[in-house]
Design a protein around this ligand. Structure first.
Ligand code: NAD
Length: 486
């Protein structure tokens, strides 16, 4: 794929209530190509009245007497599978749009944004098709107790720009599978892909009002979160925004799922094979995926002191070997950061790391390119876990290599973080790796590999969030329990 294949379809209407409707406001959002800094087609910016319309349409779809929630699960599954197929038919356009807007290399976007959302829809369709029996329990006081799950209602989904399609589908697929309707508010940085998503849903024949898209900034997002017609909020993004949303939901006693920031540990055990030919791909996904703009990355590399220099050398060679370039070039492994603001933030952390005595072994600056918000993949040695760059979620291609004495020390350092979302253990003994993984206080962790798998819960502890997405647990999060004493 080349930059010239970026979809230039323009949109002047919003997808609300199963229709393309005139926006209530006059504003627009112009996403910028992160590699070239050129403007992409503008889309209408949603305002509060659009949120009202979207929530109203979602409510009507949910309350319809023979609506989606009342359908046989297999019938809902069929529509979800058609939705998956329509997304697959648009995969190339989707990959190009996401990559242009946020700088994700097309090689990465092809695996994630272009195919993971369809996989999720098919996975949840599969759960709907699985046979299920009523949950009837013998009551301790006589009678039978029936436990049922009802769809939770109208879902507000607020999604970030780093994996706009995949993270939206973490919410859309289980919400629809559960019988809910949903209003999605994409991030202003990545809006074009959200229109293509709506197009796919429409082509799949998703009933009107089940999926509504209102692209807007944080104020309209806050309005949606607090909207009286919303029954549940699902958010992915920064811990700061997550706290604000959590406060609102606390006050309203509104169920909320928060998938927030991370600063995970990649623990290299003393028996790890550091042959990059063998582990390079897995290491890339676990530590630098999407130009470092991924919430679960193990950006604190914990190295045994006995092999500290060897680990620094391996990561230096690894980061230095990555091809940095235009996100639209299939050979690119590391593209630009999503926004100028994001690069400023990352460069601020690099300067702070230097000032705190960190030693940069590779990168540290901008590559020789005159356009795009690029930062070279950067490795810091001689930093400890207290350094600012070891504490904060940098959200860029910056790794810190931190030494440890023994496995207890490694686990203690891994756990000495405000966050607890992802992480990895690197070892030639996977059982030993799993034993260490169990001691890390984190929602998810990998042994010699890491990829959020749709079959199992994904989410974090501490400042990384509340609740889980994916797996059957992620479906349950869009239901409310009802007990009937019979
Ligand atoms: P953000 O959290 O501010 O924005 C994410 C989404 O939430 C956007 O759609 C935004 O419009 C919306 N939003 C923000 N505040 C809101 C509020 N109070 N109510 C309702 N909606 C709200 O993230 P950002 O400003 O785009 O990025 C800042 C930092 O956040 C990054 O540098 C990175 O550290 C972190 N981040 C983390 C993730 C993640 O997946 N964990 C994703 C994106 C950004």
């Amino acid at each position: 794929m080349s930059a010239s294949t970026i979809d230039t379809t323009t949109y002047d209407r919003l997808y609300i209530g199963g229709d393309w409707v005139a926006p209530a406001g006059r504003g627009s959002i112009t996403p910028i190509n992160a590699s070239t800094e050129e403007p992409l087609p503008a889309v209408p910016e949603g305002v509060e009245a659009d949120v009202d319309a979207a929530v109203g349409a979602a409510r009507r779809a949910f309350d319809a007497p023979s609506g989606w929630r009342t359908w046989e699960p297999a019938r809902r599954a069929e529509v979800l599978e058609r939705f998956a197929a329509e997304l697959e038919a648009r995969a190339d356009r989707m990959i190009g749009l996401v990559s242009a807007q946020n700088g994700m290399p097309v090689s990465v976007a092809a695996q994630l944004e272009g195919s993971y959302p369809a996989t999720l829809l098919r996975y949840y369709a599969g759960l709907l098709r699985a046979p299920s029996a009523p949950d009837l329990r013998d009551g301790l006081f006589g009678g039978v107790v029936e436990v049922r799950r009802e769809p939770i209602g109208i879902v507000a989904a607020i999604v970030p720009w780093n994996f706009p399609q995949t993270l939206a589908m973490f919410k859309i697929a289980p919400a629809l599978a559960a019988g809910c309707s949903i209003v999605v508010k994409p991030s202003p940085e990545t809006v074009l892909d959200a229109f293509l998503l709506a197009e796919a849903a429409d082509a799949a024949g998703l009933p009107a009002g089940l999926l509504n898209v209102v692209p807007a900034g944080r104020e309209v997002g806050a309005y949606l979160v607090a909207h009286p017609g919303v029954d549940k909020v699902a958010f992915t993004g920064s811990t700061e925004a997550g706290r604000a949303i959590g406060e609102t939901c606390g006050r309203l006693l509104r169920p909320v799922t928060l998938e927030l920031g991370g600063k995970s540990a990649a623990i290299v055990l003393d028996d790890a094979d550091l042959d990059l030919g063998a582990i390079g791909e897995g290491l890339f996904v676990a530590t630098l995926l999407n130009n470092g703009q991924t919430c679960f990355l193990g950006t604190r590399v914990l190295a045994p002191r006995s092999r500290y220099q060897e680990v620094v050398d391996a990561f230096t060679a690894f980061a230095g070997s990555l091809t940095v370039g235009d996100a639209a070039d299939p050979a690119t492994q590391v593209g630009p950061l999503a926004t100028a603001r994001q690069r400023e933030r990352v460069e601020g952390f690099i300067a702070q790391g230097r000032a705190d005595g960190g030693r940069i072994t590779v990168g540290g600056g901008r590559p020789d390119r005159d356009r795009g918000w690029f930062v070279q993949p950067t490795v810091f040695a001689d930093v400890d876990n207290e350094a600012a760059i070891s504490r904060a979620e940098i959200f860029g291609p910056v790794l810190s290599v931190i030494g440890y004495d023994d496995v207890d020390d490694a686990v203690a350092i891994a756990n000495a973080s405000d966050y607890g979302l992802g992480g990895t253990v690197w070892t030639s003994d996977p059982d030993r790796g799993a034993a260490v993984a169990r001691r890390v206080r984190t929602g998810t962790i990998g042994v010699n590999r890491y990829i959020p798998d749709p079959v199992a819960p994904f989410g974090g502890v501490k400042a990384s969030g509340l609740g889980r997405e994916l797996g059957p647990e992620g479906l349950a999060a869009y239901t409310e329990l009802q007990t009937i004493y019979r």
